[in-house]
Ligand binder design. Structure first.
Ligand SMILES: [Zn+2]
Length: 314
């Protein structure tokens, strides 16, 4: 299997103008580097796309990428560039990107231009996330250039062009243990699970993740057993609920359970809206200690207090 390290440049509506529905970011360049399974470079891909939607290059994009409209007008339509790209990718490959946006925006552009979509959620490797897991606190998100400096990779090309960013992402990948890459895969849900059997459940080293099918509304989601259940990912046993699912902002729910064998299990459900106003849930469950359990209790108390104060104010 080969790795396709992908980077996209995109354009957006000019300042003060409204985005076109369904295409907030129009891809103007696809750059990619193909690596074999030992992360050696096999080949490169780079093509500019002739814009169809935004005919003016946003000044920030121009400033960052140094692309200009004249150059883009020599490009091909997104459909042909994408077709060339897929052919170049070959049969058996895994996508790698810096950050989660490229995989989503690629599919949004495919949809907008009427290209058949991937059938299911896309599994890929987010090297920005993996860099964070391996080199620092997993929550920090660094820029590609920051990572390149940190790892003392030599900087020959400028950043923010699709091919050079793909190349630098590949260089960062080469310095990460292959096992760290493969076990920390990401899932893009532009294409949601369509039914119960397509729902996703994966267990990572320190947490489990569940992605539900779509529901008509918010209330239906939290009533669903698959969404509300709290199974310990270490042993598969049902963890007893100590604090029922509660919410602070109607998009995120929290809970606290306890597994007889493994202790505290904190739960988080994020509700996500689809383009057609449906809702699906992404649930993570994570084992925690007494402090972690207290944080959840405290969160619930704070919310209750806020509600009481609000009511008292009338
Ligand atoms: Zn357990």
């Amino acid at each position: 299997m080969n790795y396709i390290v992908l980077d996209l440049e995109w354009n957006q509506a000019a300042p003060g103008k409204e985005s076109v529905k369904g295409l907030p970011f129009e891809i103007i360049e696809i750059g990619a580097v193909k690596l074999d399974s030992s992360l050696n470079k096999i080949s490169e891909f780079c093509q500019v796309v002739r814009p169809q939607v935004y005919s003016q290059l946003h000044y920030k994009i121009k400033e960052i990428t140094h692309l200009d409209m004249k150059e883009l007008k020599d490009g091909k339509h997104f459909s042909s560039v994408f077709k060339n790209f897929l052919e170049w990718c070959g049969e058996d490959f895994a996508l790698c990107t810096w950050g989660p946006m490229d995989v989503t925006e690629l599919q949004r552009n495919m949809k907008y231009f009427g290209i058949p979509l991937f059938k299911t959620p896309v599994y890929y490797y987010d090297i920005q996330k993996i860099f964070g897991i391996v080199y620092e606190d997993r929550k920090i998100k660094r820029s590609l250039e920051w990572a390149v400096d940190y790892l003392k990779i030599s900087k020959e090309d400028s950043f923010h062009r699709a091919l050079s960013d793909a190349y630098y992402t590949a260089m960062v990948m080469k310095l990460i243990e292959p096992e760290q890459i493969t076990k920390n895969f990401s899932i893009d849900c532009f294409q949601r699970p369509k039914n119960k059997s397509e729902q996703i459940y994966v267990v990572y080293e320190t947490y489990s993740k569940f992605v539900s099918r779509e529901f008509a509304g918010k209330l239906d989601v939290m009533k669903d057993r698959d969404v509300s259940s709290t199974i310990c990912y270490k042993c598969g046993q049902k963890a007893k609920r100590k604090i029922r699912w509660f919410s602070d902002n109607s998009k995120t729910y929290y809970s606290l359970s306890v597994c007889d064998e493994h202790g505290w299990l904190k739960g988080k459900v994020r509700l996500k809206k689809t383009d057609d106003e449906k809702v699906y849930a992404v649930k993570t469950l994570k084992l925690t200690d007494d402090d972690g359990a207290d944080t959840i209790r405290q969160k619930q108390n704070d919310i209750r207090k806020k509600r009481r104060e609000k009511r008292a104010r009338g």
